[in-house]
Design a protein around this ligand. Structure first.
Ligand code: FE2
Length: 386
């Protein structure tokens, strides 16, 4: 067995309705005034009312004049806004974007300079710990509440990069599925498939360990058994709870096991075409699995079983391919965009997407070694459809 390290620095609090006790957590971490980072959509929903009510008599400032996909400029502006206050704890509320923005802002509060200096390839290294950060996810997908990367868009260069450091990891993840009951259908479906992508990419990654395997496989089981129900009936608290847990588990799995070509392409498409992260991953997942399954027949067969497929009587290859078919079926059932033209990405756009994908650092741990021709093959398949 290979040597491995497993880390999980975030303390996860899970429970239906636990946001009402937010003040206790804030006090436990010494917070006396809270800087809430969110977005305009969440700020106008009952979710924000529940967060404010949960703070009781603890004073707060809401910073929600933000946009999706944080940019370098947004992180720098948000840092200046936080520094202008006497807040001593950050609560982020939202999908991946507000949580990533909050990760960037907390880091820059205690590390001088611009977000640009600390991004992949930048001139500075994070050296100082930041203020406590309680992340409250409002989707079950990105898993940003437990990971050590913050995805930031470099608008000048049309690329998404990240600040990756252990000090970026939120202190606490407050996972409350009650807050997910009003999530729109397409967001439920696309973020759920993002979580499934985390689980599958980490499980078959060359960097997987027995611990990340255990978490990835359990996340696949939970998503396979619950995503359809969560999409069909958003008020089903059991399905919402299972998806919320699966998302958090899948993210711990990928923080340790890594990702692969799907996130490489999705990150590239996000920077160039602003395709939402979950939509891109949910679209690409089965096409990339079709390319990848020969890299680990045994594990892909396990994925098929975890998704509820009957593989008895099948050869190892046939059983493994059932995983690809099961994900195509799931993608079709939850009605997400399933070809590249559906998201306005065409053959003429492939050059820069392939270039960005080939530069993706975790392409090296994809289960099949891929050339730019192979990536083009995945894009061609995703253009034509199943
Ligand atoms: Fe993702």
């Amino acid at each position: 067995m290979k040597n491995f390290i497993f880390k999980m620095p975030t303390r996860v609090h899970f429970g239906s309705g636990i946001v009402s006790n937010l003040s206790e957590l804030v006090k436990e971490y010494g917070g006396t005034k809270v800087f809430i980072i969110s977005d305009p959509v969440i700020a106008s929903t009952p979710i924000m009312d529940a967060v404010k009510a949960g703070l009781g008599d603890i004073p707060y400032i809401v910073y929600s004049d933000t946009k999706p996909d944080p940019t370098i400029e947004m992180v720098d502006e948000g840092t200046a806004a936080l520094k202008a206050t006497d807040c001593d704890l950050v609560v982020s509320v939202g999908g991946g974007s507000p949580i990533d923005l909050a990760k960037g802002i907390t880091i820059l509060q205690t590390n001088e300079g611009s977000a640009r200096d600390y991004m992949f390839g930048g001139s500075k290294t994070v050296t100082n710990k930041s203020v406590p950060h309680i992340a409250i996810p409002t989707t079950a997908g990105t898993g940003s509440e437990v990971t050590g990367a913050t995805v930031i868009t470099d608008v000048q260069n049309n690329i998404k990069l990240s600040i990756t450091h252990d000090y970026v990891i939120p202190t606490v993840a407050l996972v409350d599925p009650q807050l997910h009951l009003g999530m729109p259908t397409l967001i439920t479906a696309s973020t759920g498939l993002d979580a499934l992508t985390h689980a599958i990419e980490s499980y078959v990654s060359l960097n997987a360990s027995p611990v990340s395997d255990a978490m990835g496989l359990q996340a696949i089981r939970l998503i396979g058994a619950n995503l359809r129900t969560a999409v069909a009936d958003g008020s089903n608290i059991e399905a919402r709870s299972s998806m919320a847990v699966a998302s958090t588990i899948a993210s711990v799995a990928f923080m340790n096991g890594g990702l692969g070509v799907i996130h490489g392409i999705a990150q590239s498409m996000g920077g160039l075409h602003h395709t939402p992260h979950g939509i891109a991953n949910g679209l690409l997942l089965p096409y990339a699995m079709h390319r990848n399954y020969i890299g680990n027949l045994k594990k892909f067969r396990e994925i098929a079983i975890a998704l509820g497929e009957d593989v008895s009587g099948l050869s190892e290859r046939e059983g493994a391919y059932r995983a690809v078919e099961a994900v195509f079926d799931l993608q079709s059932d939850v009605r997400v965009p399933n070809t590249l033209p559906d998201v306005e990405v065409f053959e003429k756009d492939f050059g820069p997407i392939i270039e960005g994908t080939m530069a993706y650092r975790m392409l090296a741990i994809n289960p099949v070694k891929l050339t730019d021709k192979d990536v083009r093959g995945i894009l061609d398949h995703a253009s034509a459809g199943r």
